[in-house]
Write a protein that binds this ligand. Structure first.
Ligand SMILES: Nc1nc2c(c(=O)[nH]1)N[C@H]1C(S)=C(S)[C@@H](COP(=O)(O)OP(=O)(O)OC[C@H]3O[C@@H](n4cnc5c(=O)[nH]c(N)nc54)[C@H](O)[C@@H]3O)O[C@H]1N2
Ligand SMILES: Nc1nc2c(c(=O)[nH]1)N[C@H]1C(S)=C(S)[C@@H](COP(=O)(O)OP(=O)(O)OC[C@H]3O[C@@H](n4cnc5c(=O)[nH]c(N)nc54)[C@H](O)[C@@H]3O)O[C@H]1N2
Ligand code: SF4
Ligand SMILES: [Mo]
Length: 685
């Protein structure tokens, strides 16, 4: 059978946003997916997307609209036509708004697809309808806050510069799982130039396995480590005084403060030895060509923003920003400067509705007055491109909320997820191979676009198409609703003064990397005074600024282990899943095996736990039953569960986020996914 190889872009929520070459067979199905020759992707993609044919043609794809016929959560649905489904949905939303006002509707969406057109539609609909808005706290709230406090601009050093580095530090991220392309560049640098690698992570991840130095600290203590490293840099004279004076707000006060943050002080907080801290400080202090890749993982703590800020102080101390191969990258999200006013329906300046914290969905649905901010209860939800029944914290409360008889829930999905199972109306969605879109990337510098390559599976409709049709039924008239996806891509590019869509499709990718001096902040950091801030103005970052440290420091606001809950749980991402996406594909499930608690051999010995035993992890919120595996690469009080498995994959149908508390991090918001003290016991089979 003949086949073609066509350009596409991976839409999933991953910093790599890989350029793809997709095999389309003569019968219109998808074959192999490979990495394209885009300079960052460099032909490399992860195994789960290489086998995308398994997902796109999966027999369990949703192919028709479904209306609930049994009790809520029963899984009993009957098919109906799209027209009937849209009428039903419009009627339900209209009734809810008549009773409670527009803020009773909560369009709940996240990054199942990162494509701008497919993400933009639901925002535009909500803005135009005056529905509740949301604060997006799942992923980047804490990390953004910490990065912006010091650097002031959400860009960083091109990851390909690791080829020129003398030291690579991966801090609180696990790119072997979460961003394979970065690891590909790191490994190339190590092969060609023997560049040493330091990994800071509470457990020996597949990334840490490759490191010359792995610092397995207690979760939530990264700022203490960063401060102690700065202490040593100052003490040993491994700092760039000229850079500090010219490009930062470094002061005698900061220096005096860091003089108290000794390695012994940090050893006590982090669980590392003084020796380990000194070794790292020496490696970092003796070169300017150090590339620091700041992950998201270490910011998923209540003190995560302060931790990110402290870590970003390191390249400012040594002046690493000035060198090719030096500096740091957290995200290039601020690089593309796309004008999304029209896309988001904000060009008509709609009335500002209340903003609900998406991480607090359980509390919002339970009508907690603080969360409702004086507004009406949420009685209607449109959930798109996210799976909150699994991914949101306090998941038992989320489930209860979604099952309320007085809340109407519509889910637009590719699969019958845990969230879709709880819905009143389920609508089938296309995958990225069935629709067109425009993509920026946090992990590299390329703007990319892709076109639909195959016909929609069954009756699936894209976010953009479905939302446009719903808008029409609701009588909303923004011109973007009636535009094609292609026309909207063109509109965004034009409004952003970029080359037009035809050019982008022909070129496949557009490198938006700034010139060296701009990328390295040598013409100024992002703040008005153009300096990096060791003493940030947290009041510009978030309402809870009063508790933030005035200078880089460890904040004692984390969920500390106690006698009742002596372990600290890290609910880290799994290699073969992407959040909960791919939990339906056979090869991913085979690769990931089953939900497993990694437990230190010392704790296993105390509780007589052997590999494969059933253990229960719990805290005040609930408990979770799963299998155990002894694992030595961490401190004895750390427990790691790589997830996110569907709730049903756990023995009692209760997933790991049942244990994660929804109280936000500081200073503004952000879910602390890896900040959970738990108890552990062995369970009889
Ligand atoms: N295969 C796969 N790829 C993914 C994802 C996935 O689920 N699976 N998720 C995608 C998404 S949405 C995102 S945001 C990115 C996230 O990618 P990462 O930046 O890698 O962040 P996390 O996924 O939160 O966690 C990464 C690491 O942080 C560590 N960590 C946890 N707490 C601490 C701490 O207190 N200190 C330190 N130093 N480290 C800590 C964890 O042990 C884990 O190894 O990955 C994306 N890519
Ligand atoms: N325990 C724990 N929990 C976590 C994390 C963790 O590290 N540990 N990480 C957190 C982070 S960083 C994030 S970003 C969140 C992510 O949480 P989510 O954004 O909910 O990510 P997914 O679970 O992948 O769910 C995305 C859903 O969107 C669907 N989808 C994909 N493309 C489309 C589309 O084009 N249209 C429609 N309608 N649907 C589509 C997919 O089928 C999938 O079910 O999870 C958070 N939860
Ligand atoms: S999930 Fe990430 S690594 Fe895998 S193909 Fe997509 S962008 Fe690339
Ligand atoms: Mo994320």
């Amino acid at each position: 059978m003949t086949s073609e190889h066509l350009h596409s872009v991976c839409p999933h929520d991953c910093p790599s946003v890989c350029a793809l070459e997709v095999e389309r067979r003569a019968n219109g199905t998808v074959g192999r997916v490979r990495g394209a020759a885009q300079p960052y992707t460099d032909g490399v993609i992860c195994a789960k997307v290489a086998r995308y044919a398994e997902r796109v043609h999966h027999p369990a794809r949703l192919t028709q609209p479904l209306r609930r016929v049994g009790p809520k959560g029963s899984g009993q649905f009957e098919p109906l036509s799209w027209d009937a489904a849209l009428d039903f949905l419009a009627e339900k939303f209209t009734l809810a708004v008549e009773e409670h006002g527009p803020e009773t509707v909560w369009p709940y969406h996240y990054a199942g697809t990162m494509g701008l057109v497919q993400r933009g539609a639901i925002r535009r609909l909500g803005h135009q309808a005056g529905w509740s808005r949301q604060v997006e706290t799942f992923c980047i709230a804490l990390s953004d806050a910490g990065w912006m406090a010091g650097v002031g601009k959400k860009t960083g050093i091109d990851p390909r510069e690791v080829m020129h580095s003398d030291l690579i530090v991966i801090w609180g991220g696990n790119p072997v799982h979460t961003q394979i392309n970065f690891m590909h560049w790191v490994q190339a640098a190590r092969r060609e130039r023997k560049v040493p690698l330091v990994v800071v992570d509470p457990y020996r991840t597949a990334t840490a396995e490759k490191a010359d130095l792995h610092l397995a600290l207690k979760p939530g203590t990264d700022a203490a480590l960063a401060c102690a490293v700065m202490h040593v840099l100052l003490k040993e004279g491994w700092v760039d005084r000229d850079f500090l004076a010219q490009h930062t707000d470094f002061s005698a006060e900061v220096e005096a403060h860091l003089a108290t943050r000794t390695p012994a002080w940090a050893a006590d907080i982090t669980g590392l030895t003084v020796d380990e801290i000194l070794r790292f400080a020496q490696l970092y202090g003796q070169t300017k060509k150090s590339y620091l890749r700041a992950g998201y993982g270490f910011t998923r703590q209540r003190n995560g923003a302060a931790a990110m800020h402290a870590v970003t102080c390191l390249p400012a101390m040594t002046g690493a920003w000035q060198s090719l191969g030096g500096g740091a990258l957290y995200s290039n999200g601020g690089l593309y400067a796309l004008n999304t006013q029209f896309l988001f329906g904000l060009d008509t300046t709609p009335r500002l509705a209340r903003q609900l914290d998406m991480g607090r969905i359980g509390a919002v649905l339970a009508r907690n007055p603080d969360d409702l901010q004086g507004g009406p209860p949420v009685t209607a939800m449109l959930i798109q491109s996210t799976n909150p029944a699994v991914v949101a914290p306090d998941s038992l409360a989320v489930r209860q909320g979604l099952l309320r008889e007085d809340v109407f829930v519509c889910v637009h999905e590719q699969f019958m997820t845990d969230t879709a199972k709880l819905a009143d109306l389920v609508l089938p969605a296309t995958t990225f191979l069935e629709h067109s879109d425009l993509y920026q990337a946090s992990g590299h510098t390329f703007l990319q676009a892709s076109k639909a390559l195959i016909a929609p599976i069954g009756e699936a409709r894209s976010n953009h198409v479905f939302i446009g049709q719903l808008a029409q039924r609701l009588g909303l008239s923004h011109p973007a609703f009636a535009m094609t996806e292609e026309a909207l891509i063109q509109q965004i590019l034009q409004a952003s003064k970029k080359p037009d869509a035809e050019h982008l499709h022909a070129e496949k990718w557009l490198d938006c990397a700034p010139a060296f001096d701009d990328a390295h902040f040598l013409n100024g950091f992002g703040h008005a005074d153009k300096r990096f801030h060791f003493s940030p103005d947290w009041s510009k970052i978030g309402a809870g600024h009063a508790v933030m440290p005035r200078m880089p420091d460890h904040m004692t606001v984390i969920d500390e282990p106690t006698e009742a809950c002596p372990f600290k749980l890290v609910a880290a991402p799994a290699r073969h899943f992407l959040n909960t996406t791919f939990t339906e594909t056979p090869s991913s499930v085979r690769g990931q095996k089953r939900p497993t608690a990694l437990i230190h051999p010392q704790a296993c010995a105390t509780l007589s736990i052997d590999e494969g035993d059933l253990v229960r992890l719990g805290n005040a919120l609930g408990s979770v039953l799963l299998h155990a595996k002894p694992f030595a690469g961490m401190l004895p009080a750390t427990i790691v569960v790589e997830s996110q498995w569907p709730n049903d994959a756990f023995i009692e149908g209760i997933g790991i986020n049942a244990l994660v508390d929804a109280s936000p991090g500081f200073p503004a918001a952000g879910v602390a996914y890896h900040d959970t003290a738990v108890w552990l016991r062995k369970e009889r089979a």
